[in-house]
Design a protein around this ligand. Structure first.
Ligand code: S3P
Length: 168
């Protein structure tokens, strides 16, 4: 069975852009947990947060992860909050190489500043929110199989770094 590659990390870590590049290089499909949830629910994540709340979203996320963890040969991009539930990491590791894309809050902020689709960053001070979330979540991100520092690297360089470990 061929493993999945699973990308974790905070909003702005580059999970989608690196994931798409990796999928192309490996000739794997690219799957994104947020996109799957939006497709199956028929509404945007921001709408789910607004009408049903974050707890409801986390349940959908957990169920989605449990299901896709049984896949093979997929590059999977996870939502930034998915590892708040350690059960999700356990599932993702069953058949996946988990990869933490690490960056400082300042770098993450510079990458998300122009985007408006993330409900948790619609606050007065998104940088402070990113710092708070990183503080809360990083201990679980660091339990990933590999940690890739993404500062000052191109998407191509990051993807190649992951493939080297994956093919090892
Ligand atoms: C979230 C991150 C988002 C999305 C949702 C909540 C989070 O995904 O799942 O808005 O809690 O950090 P990205 O990390 O892909 O932006």
């Amino acid at each position: 069975m061929k493993k999945n590659v699973v990308l974790v990390g905070l909003m702005g870590a580059g999970k989608t852009s690196v994931g798409q590049e990796l999928a192309q290089k490996l000739s794997y499909e690219f799957w994104d947990t947020d996109a799957i949830i939006e497709q199956t629910q028929g509404v945007k994540i921001s709408e789910i947060f607004k009408t049903k709340g974050e707890v409801f979203f986390r349940e959908l996320e957990k169920a989605t992860i449990a299901k896709i963890s049984q896949e093979e040969k997929k590059v999977i991009s996870t939502g930034g909050g998915s590892l708040e539930q350690i059960e999700n990491l356990k599932n993702l590791k069953k058949n996946g190489l988990t990869v933490y894309l690490k960056a400082s809050p300042e770098t993450l902020f510079s990458r998300v500043i122009t985007e408006t689709h993330r409900p948790l960053l619609q606050t007065e001070n998104p940088l402070a929110k990113l710092e708070e979330l990183l503080e809360k979540r990083e201990k679980n991100y660091l339990l990933s199989d590999i940690i890739v520092l993404t500062e000052n690297k191109t998407i191509d360089e990051i993807a190649n770094e992951i493939i080297e470990v994956f093919n090892d």
